[in-house]
Design a protein around this ligand. Structure first.
Ligand SMILES: [Zn+2]
Length: 344
């Protein structure tokens, strides 16, 4: 009789209990991630639930909700979103350390302010903070044959630099910036973010012609150009006659980007013009023909800090991750976050 009861209980458990647990119904303390991060490891609800002891977590705002991720897993998702998996190993490592430093500096647990767009999160999953993609979504965009290999490359880069961050003057380097392609020279932070940071100065960045966006061209119809300029500056005096003579680059920054440009009777920054005409960067020249205003653009992104394609070029020429990082972030050292926090 006892056996029958036992079997009945077991069968009921198999039929009802297990599906309930799988669906996350009963208070198992386990969060089943939504569609957006299907393959990300299951994350416990609170740090106390973790079997791995103290796990650093980051709250990420993605698809209108905040999700909690193990800190190092989050870094993997950033590297996966930010650079191609087939980048050189040393470039992936450099990217991992730059991403980790940025994330650590923003984390509220370390005195950061989190994401300014989503104050409830340490970071958002888009360029505003750093691009981040779940493992599941990343796998969907890769061909199935190579996906595991690609993921392993990223995973290894993050794990082999576990906890490493950039340090300046004994402190976490809190203003880490990076971008896709500098176009040959990075930019001083002061020219883009109005913030003079000793390690974010202009440096040469060679070999970037491997980037698909090393150069680009944007053509705007003359009348569209004039219309846009009038929307940027309602009092501008600009006419279609002799338009070319009314556009003049006045000066350039240390990083060769347009600092100021006179259009009509008004002066604009290169960054204003970059955004107005969706240029890849503020490093451009401009010509006018009978129909179009033609922008020839170098690089992709704001140009400050590490250039991802420049880092890959350095790695190809045999440079190690620390050499790459010390080139793009002048005067930094690399330390373990844990050690750095202990000193405080
Ligand atoms: Zn953000």
């Amino acid at each position: 009789m006892k056996k029958i009861i036992l079997y009945t209980v077991l069968i009921i458990f198999l039929m009802v209990g297990i599906p309930l647990i799988i669906l996350g119904g009963i208070g198992s303390g386990i969060k089943i991630p939504g569609i957006i991060n299907q393959l990300v490891d299951v994350i416990p609800d609170s740090p106390k639930d973790s079997s791995a002891g103290e796990v650093l977590k980051i709250k990420v705002y993605d698809v209108r909700k905040v999700i909690e991720l193990n800190f190092e897993d989050y870094i993997k998702g950033v590297v996966a979103a930010e650079v191609p998996a087939l980048f050189e190993e040393e470039a992936l490592k450099a990217q991992a350390i730059a991403a980790r430093t940025f994330a650590a500096a923003n984390m509220k647990a370390f005195g950061g302010v989190g994401c300014k767009n989503y104050p409830e999160a340490d970071a958002c999953s888009v360029v505003h903070c750093q691009a981040w993609i779940s493992k599941g979504d990343r796998f969907k965009n890769w061909d199935a044959e190579n996906a595991v290999n690609y993921w392993n490359r990223i995973s290894n880069a993050v794990e082999s630099t576990n906890g490493m961050v950039l340090v300046y003057n004994g402190e976490l380097a809190r203003y880490i910036k990076y971008h896709s392609t500098s176009g040959g020279k990075t930019e001083d932070s002061v020219n883009v973010f109005n913030n003079k940071i000793p390690y974010l100065v202009s440096v040469e960045s060679l070999g970037e012609d491997i980037s698909p966006k090393f150069t680009s061209t944007v053509m705007i119809r003359r009348e569209e150009f004039i219309k846009k300029m009038r929307s940027l500056s309602t009092k501008i005096k600009i006419s279609s006659n002799n338009l070319g003579a009314q556009i003049k680059i006045i000066d350039r920054t240390e990083g060769d980007r347009v600092k100021s440009i006179k259009i009509g009777d008004k002066t604009f920054t290169g960054i204003d013009i970059r955004w107005a005409f969706s240029l890849n960067s503020a490093d451009f020249t401009v010509k006018v023909d009978s129909k179009y205003v033609v922008f020839s653009v170098k690089g992709n992104g704001h140009g400050v800090g590490l250039s991802q394609f420049g880092a890959n070029a350095m790695a190809r020429s045999g440079k190690k991750y620390d050499e790459i990082l010390k080139h793009y972030y002048q005067g930094v050292t690399i330390e373990k976050l844990e050690e750095l926090n202990k000193k405080k």
